[in-house]
Design a binder for this molecule. Sequence first.
Ligand code: CMX
Length: 438
Amino acid sequence: MDPLKKKFFEKSSALKQEVRSLLKEHGDLKVDEVRLRQVFGGVRGVKTMVWDPSQLDPMEGIRFRGYSIPELREKLPKAPGDTEPLPEGLFWLMLTGDLPTDEEVQWLADAWEARAHVPAHTFKALDALSPNTHPMTQFSMAIVSMQSESVFAKRYADGMSKNDYWDAAYEDAMNLIAKLPRVAAYIYRRTFHGGNHIEPDLSLDWSANYAHMLGNDNPDFYSLMRLYMTIHADHEGGNASAHTVHLTGSTLSDPYYSFASGMNSLAGPLHGLANQEVIKWIFEMTNNLGKTKLSEDEIRNYVKHTLDQGKVIPGYGHAVLRLPDPRFTAQMEFAERKIKDDPYVKIVWQLLKVVPDVLKGLGKVKNPWPNVDAHSGAILVHYGMKEYSYYTVMFGVSRALGVLAALCWSRAMGFPLERPKSVTTDWVKNFIKEQVSA
Ligand code: CMX
């Protein structure tokens, strides 16, 4: 058994036993109550799921196994000469709860390299699609096409015991994560570079190899990719992509199907697609005004104009957070160090000064602050990636780390089929009548 799998097995077996006895003794304790407005309001805030890799605090932001983003940037192992963390280390942390050593991270990088082969039929399936197909559609289809490789599906068909689900899920998670950069880079090169593909460089770490296959070997871009792949990896379990993976996985659909479902959720403009919407909207603003050097008044007017058209300001607001997203701040720090004179980066910083007050003025927006998607586009444009319809694929590659670590845990813990209760509007009306007359 490999060292990560062994560690995961030991940790998850111990927790499974512990939770069993916790539930035996305390299973009837009430953890939450649900208001009618939450039943109609997207189940905001209702505690209904266990997700150990990370937890989101509205006022503090995300913590991965207890570590904030600044702490991860300091404590996780790094590539030689870089100051940003290696996401390999974050995956180890999310799967085991322990910070890895440099050697453990090197082992994981080698393990992913050994599992990185993408089946030829996946490239053929992609090549059959029009290059105009949205990159997220291509990504989702490529993931499903690789389901032919699922260890979980094969072992299930062969009569796998439920005690072994965790093992098969781990194998699929590791294989899928290993293959994603190649698939994602293939989509980018076929869509925007006429199919002029770049072979992997197996001497590089997972993120740098992805950057290399995209076509950019600038060490600062490698560094950006390590940061990007780390900060987008997980945002607790209730966000749409994570929850979708969790739900699909609970049917014992294998990790390929489950991850593909999550990517279809990530492709929505209120979720991951917001990263493309932000820069698209900034480009529209600069095109409309005919310049990239803008005054705060010009920006404020454009923000108001967008709201007057009944649209949201992309990259602002959040269902849980009530402060500027630490993932935004991490990107801002990177940009301050590396590319502070970039005109689009400057616009992102001007928006930070203008948008919160305008949103506060609407009187209904619960969080007027920027989220993760507000900054990423301007930095990618600086490094030559102007093709914004691709951005959500990069988010998706990173998101695999968190949701697949969590999926391994779900199978190890033996979590059952997820099945909340729905009600009809007539049921609600009768319920109100009964409550009011009682
Ligand atoms: N611009 C304009 N209006 C906004 C807004 C924004 N950025 N954020 C919230 N609002 C509005 C909502 O549309 C809602 O209006 P109505 O009552 O008229 O429907 C009202 O404010 C209350 O919404 P909320 O409770 O503050 O926010 P929600 O939890 O319902 O929604 C989110 C959260 C992210 C969907 C919303 O803030 C939004 O649409 N933001 C822009 C899209 C975006 O950046 N999404 C990316 C989020 C991060 C990610 O998942 O990647």
